[in-house]
Design a protein around this ligand. Sequence first.
Ligand code: AMP
Ligand code: MG
Length: 347
Amino acid sequence: MNTMLWTVDAKGDLSTNYPQITQAARLLQQNETVAFPTETVYGLGANAKSTEAVAKIYEAKGRPSDNPLIVHIADIQQLEEFAEVDSSQASALMERFWPGPLTLVLPCKQGVLSTRVTAGLDTVAVRMPDHPVALALIKEAGVPVAAPSANVSGKPSPTKAAHVIHDLNGRIAGIVDGGPTGVGVESTVVSCTGDIPVILRPGGVTKEQLEAAAGTVLIDQGITDEEKAPLSPGMKYTHYAPEAPLAIVNGTSEEIQRLIGQYQKDGMKVGVLTTEERAGAYRADAVRICGRRDRLETVAAGLYDALRSFDEEKLDYIFAESFPEEGVGRAVMNRLLKAAGHRVIEV
Ligand code: AMP
Ligand code: MG
């Protein structure tokens, strides 16, 4: 398949980009797949009403069919067509965080969306992205757009069009390049189907921010407790992993450097995932900076690009620093733990 590539200036006047967005929207209407930027990561979109279209997402990504998709909308009218909003917390969260990096799981109206979007569940995950290109594309397509991250299943999510091209060129109909994404980790997923909202996946919007808007919010214990099954189907899969095995180290940079030295002595090629503050402490075969430790949002923004860049080095092992589990640090540690297959070294 020939993959169309359009470049749009996300910061510019979108009317000048209109031809590209119209062409991309046409492909969505024809039940083809199109990758596009959002404020979190690049999404791989398809018409959520069409089983033919949605099947192409699962096929291109190699995504397990029991992992449901997030439906992206451009305005609230679109939501009423396929979801019920019968909780006051859901309304408060939408009001406060949409458009933005928050996905709500709501009761699903039957017969509107393809059942492949929800993997047969009676709930649907939905969000309104805070990105002018994404909003313009969904509006122009005129249909709700199912869109998981635009990567091969299991790989780190794409934060640049180059990542999408690397993973999916030739396997999807088009890519809209709107430059690098902002938040860098996926949306927070919150279930609003019970009395109290439950975080199913930590992300761009923090627990503290959610509680300020909607009162008490719980965290699914299955996210952090390896013994418990997560409530969200997708959370059980290995994800975000570079090719070389990765371990998170709870220790100082001196202790991590000692580990690197030991592995190198055994003939291994070793990488380290670090921050601007600590990068100077390492003599590894690949030193990758994901952001600044004193500004965890920069770590979220740079995490996937840094993880992906290790693959160019053909390493035998990667050590990653750990981060405080507060604010967006919760999402960062959740993704790192999955990338590491939960290998954590205490030194
Ligand atoms: P992704 O599209 O890769 O960002 O992943 C979407 C996440 O939302 C996955 O973890 C899914 O399992 C989760 N999700 C989607 N729909 C539902 C739903 N109806 N109930 C619970 N989790 C969902
Ligand atoms: Mg994903």
